[in-house]
Design a binder for this molecule. Structure first.
Ligand code: ARG
Length: 588
């Protein structure tokens, strides 16, 4: 359906202005229309900001234009007629303001209701992307940082998938490296027969890690055996491979529980996967003359960085960076990804800056970040406890992530029971709602902040049913569903025969906001900032409240149109929830 996939208002306006700009200054080919929402809604809905920039280009050369305002006038005059525009005006030094037609907004919403929200998906120029996220380390703690990476990475993947990008969701687990020699040797010592090894026998893998590290540091003979074990593992000796696989398996069953609770899908391709590709990747870099000798190690010097990127350690072994170079090569050349996105804490920024710089020097990536293929590091801040310190739970220093989720859910359940829902609902409904709200609250609390800042983990805050929380938003959605249910009207039927009319100012505000959904998703994708979508969702519920307060729905003369507007709001809210990894609820 062509109407549905015509793009967001901003994209469609951009097309119109592109036409106009070509006519206005024919000698300046390929000028990107700069379209943004109006600073002040009094003047219109969108503005075109090209006049000033064009003026600086033609100043002194043009016989036609004497100032930027004149260029603005010409842009306005050359704008092709369109049903989407109600009127335009000039402001300041040549800004062209346009007011969208309410009829057109209403029609777009109606088409979406008929053809589905998928028709509003933004169009991105990327076809395939890798999102490298979660990525815990085998036998080490999976800490809240990994939870953040899982939540943010999943949302980015969902938004890209909605935008018709094929996403390879990659779990780059730390399953390789010298620490495995120590773990394997310790395993042999504890369990001379591998058959009996399982998670029950080992118990806490992290404690196992710590005990083996203690042994490694205190017993030189053990240390030597551990170092030999690394060599045997790397050489592929079966006994060692099996022990390694066993350790990975136990770890995996731990972190897969977290993914199951969160409903997150991702495919494990850990560091071990890329190990065989390292020699070739380093050889390619060597041929380009990038690799140098420094203090016995092999390194790549990066302009502007004091310390080089070490790619082969002094002992001849590979490291985190060697693996990432091989993985980058693989993703570009074998998987043909155009955009490779890494979600880790901001502490790894330097590592990724050096990695990308090396890939640019080698010609694997273009120097210009605006062109594809492209690599991006999505860094995020710390999770703090309410005491303002790094977040820890209870006695252990490890945050048991699953316990955190279970606690969020159980607190929600308690709140629902306090409100007497256990008498109204089946046990299953109660459980499902508590889960949706509890897990949704944890995710939303993380996503609503700009990811680069630290955020404070507080159950009390995230589970508050007022303010900018998932609880408030989920309930707002359920309330809209209940308005529609209680009207007694068949909404499917209304979609076919009814008509939306945005006569009241609050209806128009809501309608326009609904229509801007695609641009917000597009911006959240291009800036890799999911908080933009959270802000949109929260504002949407505010605009709905404004509408619902001032416009009677059931029993009014405009009932049909207004019920359709309720339905459209619910549809867009649900899509937001879905993109944020949150399960909507329909009843409260
Ligand atoms: N395992 C790493 C950590 O826990 C994160 C890996 C991120 N991905 C990557 N390709 N380096 O810090």
């Amino acid at each position: 359906n062509d109407q549905g996939i015509a793009g967001s208002p901003r994209q469609q306006l951009a097309k119109l202005f592109e036409e106009s700009l070509k006519l206005t200054i024919p000698e300046e080919l390929d000028i990107d229309p700069a379209i943004a929402p109006c600073q002040n809604p009094k003047f219109g809905d969108y503005q075109c900001n090209n006049a000033m920039g064009l003026w600086s280009k033609v100043k002194g050369k043009s016989t036609q234009y004497k100032n930027p305002q004149q260029i603005g006038q010409a842009i306005k005059a050359n704008l092709p007629a369109s049903e989407m525009i109600d009127g335009s005006s000039i402001a300041g030094p040549g800004f062209v303001n346009v007011k969208l037609s309410g009829h057109w907004i209403a029609k777009c919403i109606q088409n979406m209701l008929m053809d589905g929200i998928e028709t509003w998906a933004p169009k991105l120029s990327v076809k395939r992307a890798v999102v490298d996220f979660s990525s815990p380390n085998i036998a080490k703690e999976m800490h809240v940082g990994h939870l953040r990476s899982t939540i943010i990475g999943d949302t980015l993947a969902c938004m890209l998938e909605y935008s018709n990008v094929e996403v390879l969701r990659r779990n780059h687990v730390g399953d390789w490296g010298t620490q495995f020699g120590m773990l394997i040797e310790f395993l042999f010592e504890k369990f001379p027969s591998l058959e009996v090894v399982n998670d029950q026998a080992i118990g806490d893998l992290e404690a196992f890690y710590k005990a083996s590290k203690l042994r490694f540091d205190s017993d030189p003979a053990f240390k030597e055996r551990a170092q030999r074990a690394v060599v045997s593992l790397q050489a592929g000796e079966e006994k060692y491979r099996n022990a390694w696989a066993e350790i990975c398996k136990i770890s995996r069953s731990g972190y897969e529980k977290v993914y199951e609770h969160l409903g997150v899908q991702l495919e494990e391709k850990g560091e071990s996967f890329y190990n065989p590709y390292i020699p070739n990747a380093l050889e390619l870099l060597n041929k380009e003359g990038l690799i140098e000798e420094s203090e016995g190690a092999r390194v790549i010097f990066i302009e502007g960085k004091k310390i080089p990127l070490i790619v082969v350690k002094r002992d001849g072994g590979y490291n985190y960076a060697s693996t990432d170079l091989a993985a980058l090569w693989y993703r570009l050349n074998e998987e043909k990804a155009e955009w490779i996105i890494y979600v880790t804490d901001v502490g790894q920024r330097e590592h990724f800056e050096m990695l990308f710089a090396a890939a640019k020097r080698a010609g694997w990536l273009p120097a210009d970040d605006r062109t594809y293929p492209k690599a991006s590091h999505v860094g995020f801040g710390l999770v703090l406890g309410e005491d303002g310190k790094r977040f820890r739970t209870r006695s252990t220093e490890t945050v048991k992530l699953v316990d955190l989720l279970i606690e969020a859910k159980s607190r929600c359940k308690t709140a629902l029971i306090e409100r007497g829902k256990d008498k109204e609902w089946t046990e299953e409904e109660l459980d499902k709602t508590a889960e949706a709200v509890g897990y949704g609250a944890v995710k939303y609390a993380d996503l609503k902040n700009n990811r680069t800042t630290n955020y404070t983990f507080s159950f009390d805050q995230m589970l508050n049913d007022k303010g900018n929380t998932a609880v408030y938003l989920l309930y707002a959605h359920a309330r809209i569903c209940s308005i529609i249910r209680k009207s007694g009207k068949d909404i499917e039927e209304l979609k076919k025969v009814g008509k939306i009319d945005l006569a009241h100012p609050d209806e128009r505000v809501l309608g326009l906001h609904l229509l801007q959904f695609a641009e917000v998703v597009e911006d959240s994708c291009t800036n890799l900032l999911p908080n933009g979508l959270c802000e949109y969702l929260y504002n949407l519920s505010e605009d709905f409240t404004g509408f619902y307060t001032n416009c009677q729905v059931v029993g009014s003369a405009e009932e049909t149109s207004r019920l359709l507007l309720c339905e459209a709001t619910a549809v867009v809210m649900r899509k937001c929830f879905h993109l944020l990894g949150i399960t909507p609820v329909y009843k409260i």
